[in-house]
Design a binder for this molecule. Sequence first.
Ligand code: A2P
Length: 279
Amino acid sequence: QTPVTTATAKAVPALPDAQTVTEVKHYTDRLFSFRVTRPASLRFRSGEFVMIGLMGDPHPETGKQKPLLRAYSIASPSWDEELEFYSIKVQDGPLTSKLQHIQPGDELILKPKPVGTLVHDALLPGKRIWFFATGTGFAPFASLLREPQTYEDYDEIIITHTCREVGELTYGRDLIESLKHDELLNEVIGEGFWKKIKYYPTTTREESPKMGRITDLMKSGEAFADLGVPPLNPESDRAMICGNLAFNLELKEMFEGYGLEEGANSKPAHYVVEKAFLD
Ligand code: A2P
C-alpha cells in the first residue's frame, strides 16, 4: 500500500466524523489535554460525554481498518466554539497509546451524539453542589465549572480532586484559576462569582498540603472542618461523582448513609455518578 502523505490526508478528510485537533497540552507522563474543532450541528449539555477515537491498525489479512472509539467527557462548556478533552496516557492502551501523539492539524473521529448523567437536569434544586473527582474524572467538572447555570443554580460550589501525585492536579488548578479571568462568567454571573467556589485538592502518593483520599477525609470529618461546611444532607446538598470505579462505589455508599438519593435525567434527585473512562 502506498503511504498517504499528511498533506493529502488533510486536504481530503479520510476519517468519518472527522474533526481537527487545534491544541495539545501535556501535563505529566500520564496526562494530557487537547482541543478539537466542534461540529456545527453538535449541541450538548455541560457534563456530557461523546465517543472519540482514531482509526485502528489495519487488519493483518484484510488490511481493513476499524475505528477505535472511547467515551470521553467534554471538558469545555456547552457555549465554547471548540471541544476540549482531558485524557490519561496508557502506554499499552489500545487508543491512548496512539492518541497521546496527536498534534495540531491532525484529525480524530468524533461521534456527535452526546450523552451522560452529570447534568444539572438530573438534580433537584439545592443550595450547595459538590463535584467529586479522581484523576481524569475532573473533565466533566471542567465543563460544569465554566457553565453559567452552575452559578445561577447554587450559592456554593465545592470541587474535590484526589490524585496520586501533585503534577496530576495541574489541569484542574489552572482551570479554576482561569475562571477569575473568564469574561463570559464575569459578565453573566457578576464579578467575583468565583468566590462561590471552594477547591479541595488532595494527593495520596506524593507530599502536598492536603494528603489522603477524599473519602477518608470525609469519614474522619477533616474535609468538612477544612471546608467549614456540615456533612452533606438531602435538604441543601447536591453532588456529582466522576472517578474510578472503587471511588464511585465508596462515595455512593457514603451518600446513601447521608440520606441522598441517586438521580437521573428522567427522575432528578440528590446526586449523580459517572465513571472516569480508562483505556
Ligand atoms: P490511592 O493512591 O490511595 O489509590 P487512580 O489513578 O488509580 O485512578 O487513582 C486516582 C486517585 O484516586 C488516587 O489518588 C487514588 O488513591 C484515589 N482512589 C482510588 N480508589 C479510591 C477510593 N475507593 N476512594 C477514594 N479515593 C480513591
